[in-house]
Design a binder for this molecule. Sequence first.
Ligand code: ATP
Ligand code: MG
Length: 564
Amino acid sequence: MSTETASAPNFIRNQIRDEIEAGKADRIVTRFPPEPNGFLHVGHAKSICLNFGLAEQFGGDCHLRFDDTNPAKEEQAYIDAIKEDVAWLGFQWAGEVRFASDYFDQLYAWAQHLIREGKAYVDDLSPEEIREYRGSLTEPGRPSPYSTRSAEENLDLLERMRIGEFAEGEKVLRARIDMAAPNINLRDPILYRIRHAHHHQTGDKWKIYPSYDFTHGQSDALEGVTHSICTLEFEDHRPLYEWFLENLPVPAKPRQIEFARLNLNYTLTSKRKLKLLVDEGIVDGWDDPRMPTISGMRRRGYTPGSIRKFCDMIGVTRADGGLVDIAMLYHAIRSDLEDNAPRAMCVLKPLKVVLTNVADDHEEVFDVPGHPAREDMPLRRVPFTRELYIDQDDFLEEPPKKFFRLAPGQEVRLRNAYVIRCDEVVKDSTGEIAELRCSVDFDTLGKNPEGRKVKGVIHWVSAAHAVPMEVRLYDNLFLVEQPDKDKDADFLEHLNPESLQVCQAMGEPSLADAAPESRFQFERVGYFCADRHACRDGKRVFNRTVGLKDSWAKIQNKDAQKKG
Ligand code: ATP
Ligand code: MG
């Protein structure tokens, strides 16, 4: 039974709806502008769902534009991965993929335009001096001694910067706005830096690269973006974003709207920190199933629908600083898989059971539903034989009260089959339990034994038919809710040493040919997904997506009861 969760408020959606109803907006155009310097993470998923979702909802367009102004940190591999992730989430960008670097010629011409208007100059101050001249929150800045150069000189210097006559850091181009502005972003911001770097799109054409601020709004304007949606840290940049649009002959006037970024507990949402985990070999690449990257979530078994649902559940506000409970994300995938994943039995830690009153050559096949509520799913054929495996955790030699599983002299039902009783525990020379000898009550198929109540049901597989497989149990990568809360401490100290546990498991025959990325509920255990890389050449590897217990639904039910 899945819990339906309502969408949370989305102030940007409401705002655009109002604009459309009031006739103030016609066709909307949004964009998702990743920098190709790492893989996308769950925070980006929020931005993707928002930007593409609005275009979908209001019949507009959403562009995918790479914000590629820093070639030193960017790579083609990241571009490819980002495109794959957006498409996998189920979104289609309008037209071709775009690059901010497509506009480098136009941006350069606009820089020259600002110079001619007396609104930009080449500065020779060093980066440290620029910082010092800029002042602080309490002190106004001072003009650079180079800010009075003539337009001719500035144009000449900029051109020579472009063709590589100067070393990195020797000069920059700055806008001339106001060195005393209360908003530090307006104190003559940098438009161009010298970088003698090869660029993945433009090759060696440029020796100067535009700053984010000088690139973003103008790219939006060139593409006819109407709503330029970004996270709150850009709020203080908005006056600058607007200054460029006012002072350049741009073809359109996009508007910047800020929203609060997603912060998720037990999770890092910073590409830089995630890259460190990859570079240090702490995880198995960007798509390790413990990574909060979109490709990691995919490999873990998340569906695109569950990630979209999660983004819908968290809503869009301007309230910063909140921490979303990862239980919500687990809830979103669990309710999807609850409804859509076929069931199977899989024993994670096999313990052999010999059924002493079953013949050696006995073979009986039970046809059981693929899903309790889905008649469209095929039946599974579950063979039953003399030797079985059950899970080690389902047997205790000295059980506490209310242990409704198997114990010496105690009865339990094998799921979809008979009730058995444990008659004998066989140990090996080291005292470890080697096998259990049990007997079957053949009178108990689909009904309770005469006069006895058997409370427990356990899962099992026929030893002769079991398919060996590796099962990887994942847990949070970090032990604390905000691993990077303390900026001066090393977030790696909070790594969870038990974030990955590997089991050599035994699954029922229906799992034998599971296709990569197929998803199952292993009954009584959790939801699992066939690993998209490792399930090859007859090898079976399953990743645990999420357990069965839904702590988020519990919290919600409690809240509902309180309110009710
Ligand atoms: P990171 O800090 O992880 O490098 P970023 O903001 O630098 O993230 P970009 O590639 O510039 O990464 O991000 C592309 C878009 O995704 C931007 O519009 C950005 O605002 C948005 N975004 C990034 N992180 C989040 C987040 N945690 N929640 C919501 N949106 C985000
Ligand atoms: Mg960024």
